[in-house]
Ligand binder design. Structure first.
Ligand SMILES: Cc1cc2nc3c(=O)[nH]c(=O)nc-3n(C[C@H](O)[C@H](O)[C@H](O)COP(=O)(O)OP(=O)(O)OC[C@H]3O[C@@H](n4cnc5c(N)ncnc54)[C@H](O)[C@@H]3O)c2cc1C
Length: 443
């Protein structure tokens, strides 16, 4: 029997705890989380704010009581303040000051990530909001009940900033979206795809302000104005969505870090024996670059939790790595991507090219629910290996990206995709499927 202590019980922690409790019966599992809730799906935040769902109830899938019923001991609203890795003891403090000292045989760190705090004047003014926790969303929604809140400035046009810009516009707000880069989604998509999303946002009334650096937030107690290096914007609320950093405050001097995340091997073990790290606080093995990387996604968090749980319970299991597969759906425009964009591949030194194709998803005689699909497959000219793929359509083309995810994971070449057996049915695609057509035109 082992005593396993888990620090952090959101997506990664919950996956690990469930896997341990569902598959192994003879361990003691003790959990600490400083928050008051478990398993909040941040991906639902924009849908909730934009009133596309009726409330937050469905945005949770686990509870303290549910995990306790399976045998874990869960301490909520209890922060782990220190860990003695030599003595193997965790120290924690509850919300009323109660102190805990818990020894462990194995430790799982699932402390997640923290929103990046822009170091600019005015960042602490009232109504400058982060968007990570359930409490953040609740706070934003409550404030928006004030009908005088009309001007919302969203800083950061990554997928979270873009989703929130849509949400605020949907509830009738004037939205300014600001980013230092010259486009939205610059990390995930190449220009052709970004242009589609930028047009989509502009067509729906979002004001796009790219290539601008936010210098200061001004106000008298409450936020009133955002100053960039080019302009100033009236603001009743400012959303800071400029990214996340791994939360590795605990043991950062003791455990090896990579890009500030706990560096882990394929079993999720850190540089220290019996200490594992999972989710947003840990590194991943990225198959598209065939190296260690940092990619913060709930999907990675869940899978890494499963892997760590089996290993701490004595069953060796190795992660198969990730490709950073992701998706976004804004005003009905669906975009999905995996692996490297062409721009990123070139930046990393690959001799990369992209093969693109655009056509109607279904034959022309399908008069309804038929829209264009744009596809790009990025590959290395020297090794022929598929490095990445992107798809965009107003139809649901999302499942296609999973095949590319597997292709990158397994080192499949572009030539293997050319005559791949892809079925045809007019309800779904054309006899000359867009994947086949893009692959066939690869040089
Ligand atoms: C708005 C938004 C939308 C998103 N949309 C998507 C999406 O569509 N798809 C996707 O894959 N990902 C999405 N993500 C990312 C996803 O939410 C994260 O990757 C995921 O939450 C990571 O889970 P985690 O458990 O590793 O970390 P976290 O969710 O950060 O959880 C860490 C937990 O550790 C606890 N903790 C930290 N330090 C301590 C301590 N010292 N003591 C006790 N407890 C501690 C915290 O309270 C927290 O509960 C989104 C994120 C946001 C913010």
């Amino acid at each position: 029997m082992s005593k396993i202590v888990v620090v952090g019980a959101n997506h990664a922690g919950t996956a690990a705890i469930n896997t341990m409790l569902n598959n192994y019966s003879n361990n003691e599992v003790v959990v600490f989380d400083r928050n008051s809730n478990i398993s909040f799906l941040g991906c639902g935040m924009a849908l909730w704010i934009g009133k596309q769902i009726s409330g937050p109830e469905g945005l949770f899938y686990a509870t303290k009581e549910g995990l306790e019923a399976k045998g874990a001991k869960i301490h909520m609203e209890t922060e782990v303040t220190n860990i003695d890795f030599d003595k193997k003891v965790v120290y924690a403090t509850g919300k009323n000051g109660e102190k805990y000292e818990e020894s462990y045989d194995k430790l799982i760190l699932s402390t997640g990530s923290l929103p990046i705090d822009l170091n600019i004047p005015g960042k602490d003014l009232e109504n400058v909001q982060f968007v990570k926790l359930y409490q953040h969303a609740e706070d934003v929604i409550k404030k928006l009940e004030n009908k005088e809140f009309n001007n919302i400035v969203v800083v950061g046009a990554g997928y979270i900033g873009v989703e929130l810009a849509e949400a605020f516009q949907r509830i009738g707000k004037n939205v300014e979206l600001i980013d230092l880069a010259d486009s939205c989604l610059s990390g995930y998509y190449d220009k052709e795809f970004r242009d589609l999303m930028n047009k989509n946002l502009a067509d729906n009334g979002i004001n796009l302000n790219y290539g601008e650096k936010v210098l200061e937030i001004k106000g008298n107690g409450k936020v009133e104005e955002v100053i960039t290096d080019k302009k100033s914007y009236k603001a009743d609320m400012v959303i800071l969505a400029v990214g996340f950093v791994p939360n590795t405050k605990l043991g950062k001097d003791k455990l090896e870090l990579f890009k500030n995340a706990y560096k882990v091997d394929l079993t999720q073990k850190t540089s220290l024996e019996d200490v594992y790290a999972i989710g947003d606080c840990a590194t991943v093995y990225d198959n598209s670059i065939q190296d260690t990387n940092y990619i913060a996604l709930a999907t990675n968090a869940v899978r890494s939790g499963v892997v760590a749980a089996h290993n701490v319970c004595g069953t060796k299991l190795e992660s198969i790595g990730v490709q950073g597969s992701n998706g976004i759906s804004i005003y009905g425009l669906n975009m999905v991507s995996t692996g490297l964009t062409l721009e990123k591949a070139k930046r990393l030194g690959y001799n990369a090219v992209a093969t693109c194709y655009e056509d109607l998803q279904k034959p022309g005689f399908i008069e309804h629910n038929n829209d264009k699909v744009l596809i790009s497959i990025v590959y290395d000219i020297d090794t022929r290996r598929v490095l990445g793929a992107q798809l965009a359509s107003r139809q649901d083309i999302s499942m296609g990206i999973h095949m590319f995810s597997l292709a990158i994971q397994e080192g499949v070449t572009i030539d293997k995709l050319k005559l791949l057996d892809i079925f045809f049915l007019p309800h779904f695609n054309q006899p000359y499927n867009y994947i086949t057509m893009a692959a066939l035109s690869a040089k």
